[in-house]
Design a protein around this ligand. Sequence first.
Ligand SMILES: Cc1ncc(COP(=O)(O)O)c(C=O)c1O
Length: 510
Amino acid sequence: MSHKLKVLDIDRDGEISITQQLVTHIASLIDAAELAPGERLPATRALAADAGINHLTAVRVYRRLAELGYVTAAVGRGTFVRQRVPLPVDGAGTPGTASSGRDDDDWQLGMLAVRSASYADEMLRDSLHAPLAGDAIALGSGYPDPQLCPSEELGALAAAIGRENPRAITDYLQVEGQPQLRERLAELGRDAGYATSADEILVTTGARQAIDLVARAILGPGDVAVVESPTFAGALASLQATGARVLPLPIDADGPDVDALERILARHEIKLVVLQEACQNPTGADLSAARRAQLVELARTRGFFVLDDGVYATLRFDGPPRRRLRADAPAHVIYVDSLSKTIGGGLRVGWIAASGPIFGRLVQLKIDSDIHTAALPQYLAAHYLRGDRHEQLLAHALPVYRRRRDALLDALDRHFARDATWNVPTGGHHVWVTLREPVDERALYVEAVRAGATFLPGGAVMAEKATRTSMRLSFGLVEPQLLEEGVRRLAVALREVRRRGRPGSTGALS
Ligand SMILES: Cc1ncc(COP(=O)(O)O)c(C=O)c1O
């Protein structure tokens, strides 16, 4: 065993469990950098022999350390000190740990199936947590700016709804959603091209649940799905959770490469293709007219579903509005969307537009999942969407986001011109930056956090192992001056990683 672990005197009769003593000991060595990131820990059997404990206790020690974010286990290779800096964790056990910090919950680790967080899981969790932690410039999070969300108006509406119809707060609703909301979404859907009637609308708990229900309704082990890559990490997670094989579709300035899809179709029977037709997260790309026609033709002739995620399509600041893909092939395209990027993610109001037998399957899965989306947010959304308030909100927010995009692009020009290339998004919240020379992606992330800025590492949003180093930088939440400072910090981090001279590997895990 590493001599660094030997120093421990285990108190075998004390009140603190042996597992906890070892966890605390090893964690403190990692915190003190006596065990360095990437360092391999002794095998569990060696730990057990040296510490005079049984093997199961050693396994629990490493599992607990993994849950706390200190180590990662690679099957067949061993347990390693994690590369990233663990996020500060508050006593309530917010993201980063499931532990209450009590001594007596160790037994749970022996009962739970091993599910170590994937690299993508970790990075997504960080990106959700970072803006709330407030200690770094959060370029990794696709949140809208709360200042642009109509919080006070919704607060007043909630009070009015509570006064006029208190049972809106407590009564169960129809599974498919609150009727006026479905009607209004269908009306908006007729303009945008994603729906023709309220019967096609299923209200969901955010677009995240919508994607999950669609994946589960269509896919199972042995099936094959295709997803544009890079993509939204949540879509990858939902697809992978079905047990289906998930194949990547490269994406360029014209959107996902439909010729590549044809080549995949020559070898595989595809059930589902997942993409964002406009303002794609993270590349900002729109699908070109030629590729769109080719995709629709393929879906019809080869018989597969297309899931079009439109959460960013409404946030378009360049070019005329586009009709949603579902307008071209309503029986093949399933559309998902939400109010999260415009009105507010905390509402958790999303929806699916679909028709045919798939709709009934989705409703059944919705019942199995949570019966229906919470009633009050649905009433709120229905009231808010009446009239043209949403259009007014967009008219105010879009120029703000456009200015932030421009500020981020300017900052990239200043700090990354020699080191990277990037896209110019026509909408959405993200710029996809790819380094000309790869570096270790995890090392870059750790260094960026140290320098005081976060980003979403490219490897976390790709369906395949990344061969290049990319960063998704998000501008929705950050003021222009801070965007400049955030990008400057990233450049400092990159210089530091290069200085340490570890080029050649992206460090990304697929
Ligand atoms: C492309 C994309 N789809 C779906 C979602 C999930 O949206 P919601 O917050 O409505 O669940 C996100 C969230 O960031 C996203 O970026």
